[in-house]
Design a protein around this ligand. Structure first.
Ligand code: EPU
Length: 339
């Protein structure tokens, strides 16, 4: 016995950073991944919908969840091999930001641009978290998961994870894999990524001429703290919208019509448009309807000013999507998982 706790009709209010007061038919807090098969075999769980939850920092509940929520609370960090490149296995329930700080303390490089991202290690590969010019995919060697379809442990190497911008096989086959651990390969040193807007300026301000990874991390902490609202202070799930990708012809036409358009041209010639710019220019930044709104700090962030429920937040998000479509003909996709 042990290894997990079951709660019926459980409140999820403290388990999602948008602070939506939704309930789950059953909540299973999992502390030992090896107990998953037994847990999933319980008659009450077997036929039910499953939802895997980390810290709930990338999720919007538009209503109650009729099914079983698996809250992954497994812990453990293991250095399997050290050298120029360290191989580190981390349990899904570890907090991402704690892990990043631990790697920096150990003198491993690579994750410095990804400091201060809310959420768990197990959630990081799902949407391939990325910030300030780095995506986590680059440092993931493999992901260990329970494959609910094949009913066995699966080890997915980087290719099998099919990572892309805010996307992976885990997002494309929702419900199939329960991530239990992530194996990272981290170098002792690397060429630092300083080109993303703001980093060099911040390092200058800090008076750092020869940055080490922990300096870059500190610069990113400053940038994020200034720009993004803290979920501990106001309910939010980080970027609520993805930066939309359009083909070159559409990008060029938009640029002709709106010379101030903020966009990046990718290696494949497609344009990634700044959703924040599209939203701000459409007039939604800082707008509020009841307790649902768009942050006045960053236009990508949907916020809960108090007691908005999931449906109200989702309605407001739809309004933003409609407004941007009416003005620019571009359709925004939500970034979090919408339940
Ligand atoms: N901008 C605006 N208005 C705003 C904010 C930004 O017009 O309110 C424009 C500015 O021109 C700015 C540009 O958008 O220069 C880019 O802004 P930012 O550097 O904040 O990046 P982003 O593309 O808006 C992405 C990620 C963030 C990540 C930052 C930094 C997505 C969906 N979001 O935002 O990720 O922190 O880059 O790398 O790709 C998250 O996923 O939750 C998240 C916060």
């Amino acid at each position: 016995m042990g290894g997990y706790t079951l709660i019926e009709n459980a409140s999820l209010a403290n388990r999602n950073t948008l602070r939506v007061d939704a309930r789950a038919t059953l909540l299973a807090e999992v502390r030992e991944a090896s107990r998953l098969p037994e847990l999933l075999d319980f008659p009450v769980v077997r036929g039910s919908r499953l939802l895997v939850l980390g810290e709930g920092s990338n999720m919007l509940f538009t209503g109650d969840f009729h099914g079983t929520v698996l809250a992954m609370a497994t812990r453990g960090v293991q250095v399997e091999q050290d050298g120029d490149t360290a191989r580190i296995a981390v349990a899904a329930g570890e907090r991402w930001d704690d892990f990043v700080r631990w790697t920096l303390g150990q003198g491993f490089a690579g994750l410095e641009n990804l400091i201060l991202i809310p959420g768990t290690v197990g959630a990081a590969p799902i949407q391939n978290i990325g910030a300030y010019g780095t995506e986590v995919a680059e440092f993931i060697e493999s992901v260990e998961a329970w494959d609910t379809r094949e009913r066995r442990v699966a080890i997915l190497d980087r290719a099998a994870c099919a990572f892309a911008y805010r996307d992976s096989v885990f997002k494309r086959e929702p419900g199939r894999f329960i991530v239990t651990a992530v194996r990272f390969a981290l170098p002792r040193s690397r060429e630092l990524r300083l080109d993303y807007a703001g980093i060099r300026e911040e390092l200058d301000r800090m008076g750092v001429a020869k940055p080490a990874p922990f300096h870059v991390a500190e610069a990113v902490v400053h940038l994020r703290t200034r720009k993004l609202p803290d979920p501990a202070v106001i309910g939010n799930a980080g970027s609520f919208f993805k930066n939309p990708m359009v083909d070159a012809a559409t990008g060029e036409a938009l640029k002709r019509e709106h010379p101030e358009l903020v966009a990046w041209v990718g290696g494949d010639g497609r344009w990634k448009l700044s959703a924040a710019w599209l939203i701000e220019t459409s007039g939604f930044k800082g707008m509020r309807e009841g307790d649902a709104g768009i942050s006045n700090r960053h236009a990508l962030v949907l916020v809960n000013h108090g007691h908005a429920n999931g449906a109200q937040l989702w309605d407001f998000a739809q309004r933003v999507i409609e407004g941007v479509r009416a003005r620019f003909g571009v359709t925004l996709d939500p970034e979090p998982v919408v339940i």
